[in-house]
Design a protein around this ligand. Structure first.
Ligand SMILES: [Zn+2]
Length: 374
């Protein structure tokens, strides 16, 4: 057995006609018949009194009771009745109560400062996306675009957007520095490898050369100890000596090249260190500015509980703009700030906030609180 509600209809036109045409005349006649005094009443009383007088007496209160019932209105709510689900009689559909749908808040585009570099179409799309967040979450149209009679949404350029632009430029600068640092690091690495290779080669050649010089000197010492060299041996030793001198000159040239490589490498290292310092300075300045991110990026003015206008002052990109618009539109329908981090209705904007238009539980709960008042 299931209980369902069925509405009782209001009195039909036929019922009302019956009351007016039958009961009302009887009531009037019965009242008239009870009136004292002469005239037409006497004649009528004589005619109808025997038949109607007594019979009509109970009609008087009955008619008043009926009138009172209709005056209060027939029951318009639903009353529970039961029906057997095994019975194949047609189920009676519950009738939804007649609710007056609240009017949506009308908005229109106001002035857009050209320094924002925004087209009307871009702004209209951003506002529409922001309004859809609340329309969908509220399960009804809370906002409607009306260019003739809506509260204006305007874009006012001031130092906030100027700062946002310089932040953006600083961010691009940081990215450029990162790329330069990466390039410089690669160059330095290549120079280090080249220098190391030259040093290794030079050390190896130096060792070989020193070994050959030692051998030469040993031979000269032996020859001298034996009383001197023959002319032929002396010529051979001289040739060997000049070969060793040429080898030494070549090694000196190689050492000179290695020193030049070292100098270039050190210059690269200096440039790299200067880049690192410049990069750190730019990042420090950027981070110092980040601390001031809590500035109001938009405002919603309400008068007597109704949105009068929304002004947007700054945004980083279109995602950021849509979140700012969604926040101010939330205020437009009476939402307050919420505490949840990353919430659209949070009073504080943080760099780590999501960039999407997703409502948090705190946002949804604030909307539920405000919805019945809309
Ligand atoms: Zn706010």
């Amino acid at each position: 057995m299931a209980a369902i509600g069925v509405a009782i209809d209001e009195p039909s036109l036929l019922t009302i006609s019956v009351v007016v045409m039958i009961v009302a005349p009887i009531l009037l006649i019965s009242i008239y018949c009870h009136l004292p005094g002469p005239s037409f009443g006497d004649a009528l009383r004589q005619l109808c009194a025997p038949r109607i007088k007594w019979a009509s007496i109970p009609l008087v209160p009955a008619t008043f009771v009926a009138a009172a019932i209709w005056g209060c209105g027939a029951p318009s709510g639903s009353v529970p009745v039961t029906t057997d689900t095994h019975n194949h009689a047609k189920a009676v559909q519950p009738v939804a109560p007649k609710l007056q749908a609240p009017a949506a808040l009308h908005w229109r585009l106001g002035a857009i400062d050209p320094r924002f570099n925004l087209t009307t179409a871009e702004v209209r799309e951003a506002v529409t996306r922001a309004t859809n967040v609340w329309n969908q979450a509220g399960c009804r149209q809370l906002f409607r675009n009306d260019d003739s009679d809506g509260f204006p949404i305007s874009f006012v350029y001031d130092e906030r957007q100027a700062k946002m632009n310089s932040d953006k430029a600083a961010k691009q600068n940081i990215a450029a520095y990162k790329q330069k640092l990466a390039d410089s690091r690669l160059k330095l690495q290549a120079a280090d490898e080249e220098l190391q290779s030259a040093k290794d080669h030079l050390e190896h050649e130096d060792r070989d050369h020193a070994g050959r010089v030692d051998q030469y000197n040993d031979r000269v010492n032996i020859v001298n100890a034996a009383g001197g060299a023959t002319e032929e041996l002396a010529r051979s030793l001289d040739e060997e000596k000049s070969d060793l001198a040429a080898e030494k000159a070549s090694l000196d040239t190689e050492a000179e090249k290695a020193n030049q490589l070292l100098e270039s490498r050190n210059e690269l290292a200096d440039e790299h260190n200067q880049l690192v310092q410049a990069y750190n300075a730019v990042v420090t300045a950027y981070n110092a500015n980040l601390g001031q991110d809590n500035e109001e990026l938009g405002v919603c003015e309400r008068v007597d509980g109704r949105a009068k206008q929304i002004e947007v002052f700054a945004f980083k990109d279109m995602d950021d703009l849509e979140r700012t618009l969604a926040h101010e539109l939330g205020h437009a329908i009476g939402l307050q700030h919420v505490k949840g981090d990353g919430s659209i209705m949070s009073a504080v904007r943080r760099a780590k906030d999501p960039t999407t238009l997703e409502l948090t539980d705190a946002d949804k709960s604030e909307l539920r609180r405000a919805l019945p008042k809309l």
